[in-house]
Design a protein around this ligand. Structure first.
Ligand SMILES: C[S@@+](CC[C@H](N)C(=O)[O-])C[C@H]1O[C@@H](n2cnc3c(N)ncnc32)[C@H](O)[C@@H]1O
Length: 339
């Protein structure tokens, strides 16, 4: 029985059964899921404690900050960055026209501004409580976003339901990046496309410092992590303000350092530790980026070879895998069922 006015219905994420509703719960023969403000919660219990930490970290991030919510600010400052992360140009955004789209790891909905408004039907899931902000954040842009609090690895949809699956910076925050990609791709129709961004493996000292700093930060409460990270942000700002260039005329292969001329802040950022600073984003957003990097415990990084091997395993047609400063923007087409 169709119970909601949506083309793609939610199903029980464990059993794939149809769900009925009394307005407060979605109910199958085996489970019931509470609904709050029209948003069902399919993730009452996260048993994996590390995933739970990630869930809580992003829950705080997206409810404490208004990042990406102001229309003008999004258009001017954030959209160009998000487009780059997806490997797209503004003029490409019509590929989403009239598609049934699932966004996994929607956060507070800022990335959805790229594709939600032109979708035929737009679905978004996130494991964190941030999902409850999305409706308010997107209400002027997307009339009826279909949202649920759900885990990528237990999505409340039948396989091969969507024309498009999108995910910006999410798979690497789950227990297993490849599995999260696979479970998301299952929901894509054959012939449908998936665009996603995942972190790349950095140079050796950067990898070492990142793991070290994360081990010091990720057990802290989000608010304490926010404070503790500030000197890294201050350092990034300081280096940026020096406006100094450094030229390395040769590769330092052992450390993965490539010859070239670098802004000093960028040099530290690329090769030693994350000390993000962007003038146009200001202090809080820059600190937010550094906290976003160091606080969530799951934060896998991958090589292009790895991504290519997953694509081969899942029979994906690769449109592109673009290497960016911190990750890869990937655009793939599904050519056969994934089991
Ligand atoms: C870096 S944020 C990206 C948010 C949004 N896509 C954007 O670009 O603004 C990563 C998001 O993934 C979500 N996430 C992490 N693990 C998840 C999982 N297993 N299932 C669903 N969402 C997950 C987090 O809660 C967080 O909101």
């Amino acid at each position: 029985m169709e119970i909601f006015n949506q083309k793609i219905q939610w199903v029980d994420p464990i059993t794939n059964e149809t769900l009925n509703s009394d307005g407060h719960y979605l109910v199958s023969n085996h489970s019931s899921y509470s609904i709050s403000n029209g948003i069902p919660n399919f993730v009452d219990n996260v048993n994996d404690q590390t995933q739970k930490q990630v869930q809580e970290s992003f829950g705080e991030k997206w409810t404490q900050s208004d990042f990406g919510q102001n229309d003008a600010e999004f258009e001017e400052k954030i959209k160009p960055v998000y487009l780059e992360m997806m490997g797209l140009e503004e003029s490409d955004l019509d590929i989403f026209n009239n598609k049934i789209i699932l966004e996994v790891g929607i956060g507070s909905g800022s990335s959805s501004r790229l594709w939600g408004p032109q979708a035929k039907e737009f679905h978004g899931v996130d494991i964190s409580k941030a999902i409850y902000r999305v409706q308010t954040n997107l209400k002027k842009l997307i009339p009826n976003p279909i949202l649920s609090q759900a885990d990528i690895n237990k999505l409340p949809y039948l396989d091969e339901s969507f024309d498009v699956v999108v995910s910006n910076g999410v798979f690497h925050h789950t227990p297993d990046t490849k599995l999260a990609l696979k479970n998301s791709l299952k929901k894509l129709k054959i012939g449908g496309f998936c665009i996603f961004y995942i972190y790349k493996t950095k140079s050796p000292i950067r990898e070492f410092s990142d793991d070290y700093i994360r081990s010091k930060i990720s057990d802290l409460h989000y608010d304490n992590a926010w404070e503790k990270i500030k000197p890294l942000t201050d350092f990034g700002k300081l280096l940026h303000e020096k406006n100094t260039q450094i030229t390395i005329p040769f590769d330092i292969e052992l450390l993965g350092i490539k010859k070239g001329t670098y802004d000093l802040q960028r040099f530290f950022y690329d090769y030693f530790f994350k000390c993000f600073w962007k003038d146009s984003w200001g202090y809080d957003y820059s600190n937010l980026v550094n906290v976003d990097w160091y606080h969530p415990k799951y934060c896998w990084r991958h090589s292009k070879d790895e991504i290519q091997s997953w694509c081969a395993e899942f029979n994906l047609d690769i449109k592109y895998i673009k290497e960016l400063e911190s990750g890869y923007a990937c655009y793939v087409v599904k050519t056969s069922s994934i089991t």
